[in-house]
Design a protein around this ligand. Sequence first.
Ligand code: UT7
Length: 306
Amino acid sequence: MRILGTGSTAAKKIVTNDDLAKTMETSDEWIRERTGIAQRHVAEADESPATLGAEASRRAIEMAKLSAEDIDLILVATASSMQRVPSISCQIQAIIGAANAACIDVNAACAGFMTALTMADAYLKAGAFNKVLVIGTETLSDMVDWTDRTSCILFGDGAGAVVVTAGGNDLIYSLGADGTKGDALSCQIGAGVVMDGKEVYRFATRTVPICMKDAMDKAGITPADIDVFLLHQANIRIIEAIAKSMKEPMEKFPVNIANYGNMSSASIPVLLDEQVRAGKINAGDRIIMSGFGAGLTYGACILVWS
Ligand code: UT7
């Protein structure tokens, strides 16, 4: 798989920790210390998973030096759809004018981008499609209970996208889920997110290293062979714990959680786009991306940048 372009965006309105502290019993200090989050972006009425996903896609297609008509498949990872049909991928197709693309939505929550990327890989390997747009887009602000300080402080709204094609280096991955732990993080339609924070924390710090190790074993490499670890931006303490268990320095683990909070399936592609545009990921760099979340789901993908 070769990534031809990346793009990202976040909702326009910024809500700081101090803003939240005006409406609930919390503080900037508590949120920063426990999570690493300083602010999050929150969608307004004119923004949705489709509009954010479309903007991120436009930027990725532009970097790929393609036009929307060149895309033949759109895979959207999202848990934020507020309507059963049409899918977010169909809505994005209409906004960007990707008239030649088939459209599929995937819900694997915060492991969604990993899941969609592996599906793109399988379609490309099968020769079924040629230029695939893979998007992670979320407006989690629609789903949280804004009176629940234990969860609403965590989440934010944004989108990231990549355009991929066949060629380049093999995508090597490991995906999994533990449906028996579904109650640890759930959201009924019309109700707020319900989360057992400690359980999800334990799950992430235990399972992500095992999943990444599995992908590395398949690739025949060790953590020292990875140049950049792009982890789901859920909590800085989770990222630090995973870095420690990998015995790798935090310098290899870029973070942007302070600016965005947890954007679920959008977190990793937004971070990837920022790193690419900052010139921090270059040809030959071996990256690993790993996400975990509701389901509970998890996944890790390794790719040598080409
Ligand atoms: O994509 C996956 C999404 N989810 C996650 O990744 C969540 C993973 N879990 C976590 O990140 C952490 O468990 C949290 C950040 C959610 C919570 O951190 P914690 O260190 O596990 O805190 P806690 O739940 O043990 O709460 C400690 C105290 C409690 O008070 P008492 O019972 O000790 O008096 C909470 O009521 O902090 C209190 N608290 C708060 N205080 C100020 C909980 N939320 C807040 C808050 N502001 N926003």
